[in-house]
Design a protein around this ligand. Structure first.
Ligand code: AMP
Length: 310
């Protein structure tokens, strides 16, 4: 089995109430790859410029991520994003987005990447997502992420891409923007009418919901003591979630999806404790297992009902 991810590879600058970084490795595909690498072989597809060097590759190689399909655009500069987090850390403003080599990105997947059984289409132009989806003929499970920009300027293309995948992962405000529906389950079901059999609605510091045609399943965010930087939490979640499905051979039955919610939650919780990729780059399997176990403990209750009056 292997997982292919197509998306942004970036340098990020962030400011949070607890400090900041002027320039750190980021990008949706990077955060996803590091998280998914705990479950399966991962191939990352995305463009970089001349400023992307050995130190950045070393982070990906440190987790065994295959970087052969990273496209080095000679003379180009790597995508740059900067943002500032509000006091509550649950919302942020984008200060700058320099697309650079990302502007003309047209994903070229090697045979090995095309043959992946599990594919994650990170947040890129929806027409490119659909194009990649159509080429990945052997994929058993394809998930997609997007953002408000594409909902606003490429809605039809986004709906076409959504129609071609098995699972959509969005945050609650994106679901509301896409459907006009504020309630999580109702909004998710509207999106699933286009074809996907499952949806994950990310709720930031409040956790995430899995919605299927018949049911919904809710996991809180893991209660960490300190949040340094939420950047990449959504993509780390997606890496853990999709990676867990890959570890089950791409079979996304409801029990696997529920477990995947726990792995996504656990890895995202480590991501936010330090800046950018700093924490996940040195994360270990046993640490992930420990938080999944703790999640089970803090969400289960089996005390018998009380007898109520009335
Ligand atoms: P998340 O915090 O999970 O939403 O992901 C943040 C990551 O997405 C950062 O590392 C950014 O580099 C990347 N990013 C920000 N804006 C965009 C964009 N317009 N397209 C693709 N990736 C982006």
């Amino acid at each position: 089995m292997s997982v292919t991810v197509v998306g942004s590879i970036a340098f990020d600058a962030v400011q949070t109430p607890h400090g900041g970084r002027e320039r750190m490795l980021g990008g949706a595909a990077v955060h996803f790859s590091l998280a998914a690498s705990f479950f399966d072989d991962v191939r990352v597809v995305g463009p970089v410029g001349d400023d992307f060097g050995d130190a950045e590759y070393a982070v990906l190689h440190g987790r065994g991520v295959d970087t052969d399909d990273i496209e080095h655009v000679a003379g180009g500069k790597t995508f740059f994003w900067s943002g500032v987090y509000h006091e509550n850390m649950n919302s942020r403003d984008t200060l700058e987005t320099d697309l650079n080599v990302f502007e003309t990105f047209d994903p070229k997947l090697s045979r090995e990447s095309l043959d992946a059984e599990v594919v994650f289409l990170a947040n890129i132009l929806p027409a490119l997502q659909l194009n990649v989806r159509k080429q990945c003929n052997r994929a058993k499970f394809v998930a997609l992420d997007s953002m408000d920009l594409w909902i606003n300027i490429a809605r039809e293309a986004l709906v076409a891409a959504i129609s071609a995948v098995d699972c959509v992962i969005l945050n609650d405000s994106e679901v509301a923007l896409l459907t006009g529906e504020r309630e999580v389950v109702a909004g998710a079901r509207k999106i699933m009418q286009h074809g996907p059999q499952a949806m994950v609605v990310k709720l930031g510091k409040y956790g995430a919901a899995l919605v299927t045609p018949e049911d919904s399943f809710w996991v809180p965010a893991f209660p960490v003591d300190f949040v340094a930087d939420p950047t990449g939490a959504g993509d780390s979640f997606a890496g853990g979630f999709v990676g867990c499905v890959a570890a089950h051979g791409g079979e996304a039955g409801i029990d696997v999806l529920k477990l995947a919610m726990a792995y996504g939650t656990a890895i995202a919780s480590y991501n936010v404790e330090e800046f950018g990729t700093e924490r996940v780059a040195r994360l270990t399997g046993p640490e992930i297992v420990e938080r999944v176990k703790e999640l089970r403990r803090i969400t289960a209750f089996d005390t018998p009902d009380v007898t109520l009056k009335g």
